[in-house]
Design a protein around this ligand. Structure first.
Ligand code: ZN
Length: 197
């Protein structure tokens, strides 16, 4: 249908999350038809240099370009609380509220047997090694979806024998909804209204 070099690009973009074939075509034609070669060069080298600078924070597993990340290395954070979320976008959403002062742990996904996502595929082991005596509470702030809830319950069961208090954020975030799309007030209320699991 298209020249092979165009088709290759469309197929690449269509693999990105939320980008269907039509959007992929639009982006490919914009890059190839509208953008200057200098701008394309700048964009591709930016993508590559960002990718090279970013790594997982060895503590919270969030994406960062400093090690450890600014939150884990901050003296102002309450190190007795860890808020467990699915994605780096959830950290950004909670940080935006300016209310939460504890630490985070990013799982990079949620358990979903149907999709073949098992405990080994998300950052659960990395959470367990962080549970020193200093940690008094772990807040499960995974999404109120089937997989987010299953993940919260699974981790709660793992942590129970370790004597750490595990809480779950309150409802208010629509069931099946994503944390990252919740407004600030809803997020603050969900965190404040958390209950022991
Ligand atoms: Zn960190």
């Amino acid at each position: 249908m298209h020249a092979p070099s165009i088709e290759i690009l469309i197929e690449q973009f269509a693999q990105l999350p939320g980008i269907g074939r039509k959007s992929a075509e639009r982006i490919a034609f914009y890059i190839l038809g509208t953008m200057s070669e200098a701008d394309v060069e700048k964009m591709s080298s930016l993508i590559l240099s960002s990718k090279k600078k970013i790594s997982f924070c060895p503590e919270c597993q969030n994406l960062t370009d400093t090690v450890p990340c600014p939150i884990c290395s901050s003296q102002k954070r309450d190190r007795s609380v860890i808020c467990v979320v699915e994605t780096p976008k959830d950290v950004a959403a909670i940080e935006k509220t300016n209310e939460y002062k504890g630490l985070y742990h990013v799982l990079h996904g949620a358990l979903s047997p149907i999709d073949g996502i098992t405990p080994e595929d998300i950052k659960i082991k990395e959470l367990l090694v962080r549970l020193t005596n200093e940690v008094k509470e772990v807040i499960m702030a995974t999404n109120p979806t089937v997989s987010g809830t299953a993940t919260a319950v699974y981790i709660q069961k793992l942590l129970q024998p370790m004597g750490v208090k595990v809480t779950r954020i309150a409802h208010g975030i629509p069931v099946g909804g994503d944390l990252e799309y919740a407004d600030d007030v809803t997020l603050i209320k969900a965190l404040e209204g958390r209950r022991e699991m």
